[in-house]
Design a binder for this molecule. Structure first.
Ligand code: KPL
Length: 297
């Protein structure tokens, strides 16, 4: 059994792709999303499918659990997993440090990074916006995950430099996500709109400097441009959160970068600027938080 812990946009897409490959999948969700996928899960975009899925509120035993809850839900979801035998827990979340929280509650934890693009169009309806890859560390757990999914139509790649990829993804997210969320634009506009590109490049440069200090060479400005254009039509996960009036993952992306920059005495003004705007928006939009449920990354 393959389990999806947090069947929001990304989780639902991964679960659907795995189930369509013939695997037994259980989707753990909450609230409206749970209600909807109990009836059916619709996938549109790069593929069109309607699936009858096994949808539950509480996690169950599994051989492999994909952990796709929002970064801020990590502790609560990991605690829930500790009540069952989740098998290998594979986090493909956004943000830095989430795997350390899961490790407090689960024995076999592996941190991956994904570039799959998914948007939740409506509860129970995920749009497969971009084919991507799940990068896993080339260690015994990473290899085990790949072994369990050999027949799945899912791009899985074992890499030697997963730490680099985690930081690189966070830097990409730090430049694309807040600006798309603040200006309510799709990813491509970050490059096409010269004012936004000026800011995005500044944020990227701060991330690049930080990564250099951590020992990683990363051409962040070019990569932000490439990823924003490759996902031009995508609405970033932070934009989707803001549009739904939900909390965002800013603390686990720009927040962590800012903390690390301050620790190392590096400039991070552009990151601080967008961080404060997103926190301000969160305060306004979510002053009546009703749903802090398990959602997608
Ligand atoms: O990871 C993403 C996100 O939206 O969280 C990007 C790469 C920006 C794609 O939308």
């Amino acid at each position: 059994m393959i389990q999806i812990m947090g069947a929001g946009a990304l989780g639902s897409l991964l679960g659907a792709l795995i189930q369509l490959s013939g695997y037994d999948v259980v989707f753990v969700a909450r609230g409206e999303q749970l209600k909807a996928i109990k009836k059916k899960l619709t996938v549109s975009g790069l593929i069109n499918a309607e699936l009858k899925v096994k949808a539950v509120e509480k996690p169950t035993d599994a051989e492999l659990t994909f952990f796709t809850v929002k970064a801020y839900d990590t502790e609560e979801a990991a605690r829930a997993l500790s009540k069952v035998d989740p098998g290998i827990v594979c986090s493909v979340q956004n943000g830095i440090g989430v795997e350390d929280v899961i490790k407090k509650y689960a024995e076999k934890v592996v941190r991956g990074v994904t570039s799959y693009g998914a948007n939740l169009q409506d509860f129970g309806h995920v749009v497969y916006a971009g084919e991507g890859c799940i990068y896993l560390p080339n260690n015994s757990l990473g290899r085990e995950v790949r072994g369990l999914l050999t027949n799945a139509k899912l791009n899985l790649e074992l890499v030697e430099n997963i730490e680099f990829r985690i930081w690189a993804k966070a830097v990409l997210n730090s430049a694309i996500n807040p600006l798309t969320a603040i200006c309510r634009v799709r990813n491509g506009r970050i490059v096409e709109n010269e004012y936004l590109w000026g800011l995005a490049s500044q944020i990227a440069k701060e991330g690049e400097e930080l990564m250099k200090r951590l020992g990683y060479e990363f051409d962040a400005v070019s990569e932000v441009r490439r990823v924003a254009m490759a996902t031009a039509k995508n609405r970033s996960s932070m934009l989707q959160d803001i549009e739904k009036g939900k909390r965002t993952e800013i603390d686990y992306i720009n927040g962590v970068l800012i903390e690390k920059c301050r620790e190392l005495g590096l400039n991070c003004y552009a990151n601080e600027f967008v961080y404060k705007i997103i926190k301000g928006l969160e305060n306004e939009l979510t002053s009546s938080f009703t749903d802090l449920g398990l959602t997608d990354t």
